[in-house]
Write a protein that binds this ligand. Structure first.
Ligand SMILES: Nc1ncnc2c1ncn2[C@@H]1O[C@H](COP(=O)(O)OP(=O)(O)O)[C@@H](O)[C@H]1O
Ligand SMILES: [Mg+2]
Length: 247
């Protein structure tokens, strides 16, 4: 995909996640604050509905900042993030919280599972926090274990899982509320190559199966190879955006 595709109206603006001229300057506005160069210096990006996109770049290039702005965790200093036609940067904090709970799912480098809860309850928790009954939430969570190769691991606590199993539980948790977009920041950063490939296979298969888009920040070309597209970031700017045949 070339940069010109950003001007091409052929997507689905109602279903894509669209970033327009995103600027992020940390510390701006603080009295006497000496702000350095912007962490994002004007990023345009389209994450098409149902597609997966890898965000690559050296440490400090702005990958995590971009992910957090796209996901409504950080409010950009400038520009827009349009989700289903609405600018999430202009939503109230309450609206953005609901959005992050219902429309977006998250996978972090270290699963961030709650150590005292069995796997199934870790997966069911986002639904329960949103008002779904325990029995319904648990039933929905249970459906995700087999497709992730986790049958029989429902009652294990995170400390009783391998790193790859824990990341698959984290994938289940990210998908349990049927999000439109899953955001993953270095989801395989703590795993060996074989386990990393298994986690990416599950992540890309399950998001594709549910129709969710996927944004993966990674250092690893092997991880990026699982995605439909790759964006390369340098100093807060997109320097390359290419499409590829995902595995
Ligand atoms: N909370 C923060 N406050 C101030 N500067 C930050 C903060 N987070 C990141 N930065 C700076 O923004 C730039 C991009 O960081 P980041 O998005 O974390 O890059 P990456 O994920 O590619 O390593 C870096 O220069 C970093 O030091
Ligand atoms: Mg980062």
């Amino acid at each position: 995909m070339s940069h010109n595709d950003l001007d091409n109206a052929s997507g689905h603006p109602d279903r894509d996640l669209v970033a327009r001229d995103l600027v992020m300057t940390y510390g701006k506005g603080r009295s006497g604050g000496q702000s350095g160069p912007p962490a994002l210096g004007g990023v345009d990006l389209i994450i098409r509905s149902g597609q997966s996109l890898a965000v690559m770049g050296p440490s400090g290039s702005g990958k995590t900042t971009l992910l957090h702005v796209l996901a409504g965790i950080l409010r950009p200093t400038g520009g827009q993030v349009l989700w289903r036609g609405r600018d999430i940067a202009r939503m109230s904090d309450r609206e953005r919280t609901v959005l992050r709970r219902k429309d977006f799912g998250f996978v972090f480098q270290q699963g961030m599972l709650l150590p005292e809860l069995p796997a199934i309850e870790n997966v069911a928790l986002p639904l329960m926090l949103d008002g779904t009954s325990r029995s319904q939430a648990t039933a929905r969570a249970a459906t995700l274990f087999a497709p992730l190769g986790l049958s029989g691991f429902e009652k294990r606590r995170p400390g009783e899982l391998s790193g790859g199993q824990a990341q698959r539980v984290a994938i289940a948790r990210a998908l349990v509320a049927r999000p439109g977009v899953v955001f993953a920041d270095e989801p395989t950063g703590a795993l060996d190559q074989t386990t990393s490939g298994e986690v990416m296979r599950h992540l890309t298969e399950l998001t594709a199966h549910t129709g969710a888009s996927l944004v993966v920040v990674t250092h690893d070309e092997n991880v990026a190879a699982w995605c439909h597209g790759v964006v390369r970031v340098r100093d807060g700017r997109v320097v390359e955006h290419s499409a590829q045949a995902a595995r």
